[in-house]
Design a protein around this ligand. Structure first.
Ligand SMILES: Nc1ncnc2c1ncn2[C@@H]1O[C@H](COP(=O)(O)OP(=O)(O)OP(=O)(O)O)[C@@H](O)[C@H]1O
Ligand SMILES: [Mg+2]
Length: 94
């Protein structure tokens, strides 16, 4: 099923939350890399840093900040079609 056609449900998504969705039509991310790309210096391909100039830190920094806020960040992707990043931040009840 395409990621955008069903509501993103994640076990550790805080409730209530505000959900941000960022969708692209890029190369997609292999299923076995959907979690590891959020770890520092982890890239889908070892040539990514050379060819695209990244350091492999962006998503790790995002994850750290989101975790400090009690939120959740994750990605769904279809290889060759694109990726959808989800960012859920808890809404304060006070
Ligand atoms: N939207 C995306 N589509 C496909 N692959 C992605 C996408 N975003 C990240 N990736 C993959 O995840 C890896 C890690 O991303 P991350 O943003 O943490 O680091 P980076 O972009 O390589 O470098 P930096 O953000 O530190 O400049 C990327 O190198 C790439 O392989
Ligand atoms: Mg990046």
């Amino acid at each position: 099923m395409h990621p955008s056609t069903h509501p993103p449900i994640h076990p550790s998504t805080p409730l209530p939350h505000i959900l941000f969705t960022v969708k692209d039509q890029g190369r997609g991310i292999p299923a076995d890399k959907l979690e590891t790309i959020f770890e520092q210096f982890q890239q889908v391909d070892v040539s990514d840093s050379r060819q695209k100039g990244g350091t492999g830190l962006g998503l790790a920094i995002c994850k750290k900040i989101v975790q400090e806020h009690g939120g959740k960040i994750w990605v769904e992707s279809v290889l060759g079609e694109g990726s959808t990043f989800y960012l859920a931040l808890p809404i304060a009840d006070s």
